[in-house]
Write a protein that binds this ligand. Structure first.
Ligand code: SF4
Length: 326
């Protein structure tokens, strides 16, 4: 089986270690198609992936997160209704969606019905159910998430010591998240005698944790499928990132060629870079994902990237995806 790139990696990420992860031929075909659309810029007529924001509430206060921007406080918060989720999943399944991710601007595990939502997506036939989480929950709940159908779980850790963790994942408990990662690795994956879920540990490199990056990598590379060291961008009001920030040369955003995003209140957006919903394409229940994906706006946006002329889209011009750090 050919090696393929790992799932859920955003353009701003640096993947430092990735084991071969390809549980089935069907999974291989889906990842190949996902990558083909993103990097050969072939949108087809429907996204292969949907980001579904179960909630934009969070239980931590990481200083470098966009949630700490003063403007984010003014955004309305809430939890996705099952009707919105089901409508998006039903249209998606009928049009070839293979993957979903359950989070965007918040911590999805805070949604009181997340297990039912995952169960519905699984029984509807979604192949890859991804969850990025801060891991602040019990082992029992961790097991329930996997049993419900999560196939890809990414734990945001950002530290190698409890002291640093206290500075970067404010409000969280270091042992809780580490124990959950080890529990998935040592117990759940072994009990299930299979490779799922794909297990990832992530580290957002910033001025608080820079001295722990190498220790983090050395420790986790033996224990998870993917260790991702992500460069911090100026997401909060203060820039905590390391290194000079500059525009990516020749950047073509991959997101607009293979996915759409639905917020907790049903707003349809082109991508996860549009934090303030400036490029709204419709509302679930009133508009279809198909029309949003094939709208004139989306076609203009794709053309603008391909011709390297996307700066006239203000959200894209200032989006962290279009920047890199030396
Ligand atoms: S805002 Fe623009 S650059 Fe950022 S993810 Fe969305 S489409 Fe891509």
């Amino acid at each position: 089986m050919t090696r393929i790139s790992p799932p859920g990696i955003c353009p701003g990420y640096t993947v430092t270690k990735s084991t071969r992860f390809c549980p089935t031929e069907e999974y291989f075909r889906y990842r190949s198609e996902f990558n083909k659309r993103a990097y050969e810029h072939i949108p087809r007529t429907f996204p292969i992936h949907l980001d579904l924001e179960l909630t934009n509430y969070c239980n931590l206060k990481c200083p470098y997160c966009f949630r700490q921007k003063s403007t984010f406080n003014e955004i309305k918060k809430g939890y996705m209704d099952f009707k919105i989720f089901k409508t998006a999943i039903d249209e998606g399944i009928n049009n070839g969606v293979m993957a979903i991710k359950l989070n965007w601007r918040g911590e999805a595990t805070l949604h009181p019905h997340i297990l039912n939502f995952i169960g519905h997506a699984k029984s509807a036939g979604i192949l890859d159910i991804m969850l990025n989480t801060n891991g602040q929950f019990s082992k029992e709940f961790c097991k329930q998430l996997i049993e419900a159908g999560v196939t890809d779980i990414s734990f945001s850790i950002d530290a190698f010591s409890p002291e640093t963790f206290g500075k970067v994942r404010v409000g969280g408990d270091y042992k809780t998240v580490v124990n959950n990662v080890l529990y998935v690795r040592n117990t759940i994956k072994k009990e299930r005698m299979k490779r799922l879920p794909n297990l990832r540990a992530t580290f957002v490199l910033n001025e608080h944790n820079k001295d722990e990056k190498d220790m983090f990598f050395e420790y986790w590379k033996q224990r998870v499928n993917i260790v991702a060291i992500n460069k911090c961008h100026d997401n909060s009001d203060k820039d905590y990132g390391i290194g000079k920030r500059q525009k990516k040369e020749g950047f073509v955003c991959p997101h607009i060629f293979n996915r759409l995003l639905v917020t907790w209140d049903g707003t349809i957006l082109p991508c996860c870079g549009d934090l303030y919903k400036t490029m709204k394409r419709g509302t679930i229940g009133k508009d279809t994902l198909y029309d949003a994906y094939n709208s004139t706006f989306m076609q203009r946006l794709r053309k603008a990237f391909i011709s390297h002329n996307y700066d006239r889209f203000n959200t894209c011009a200032s989006c962290v995806q279009s920047y890199e750090r030396e």
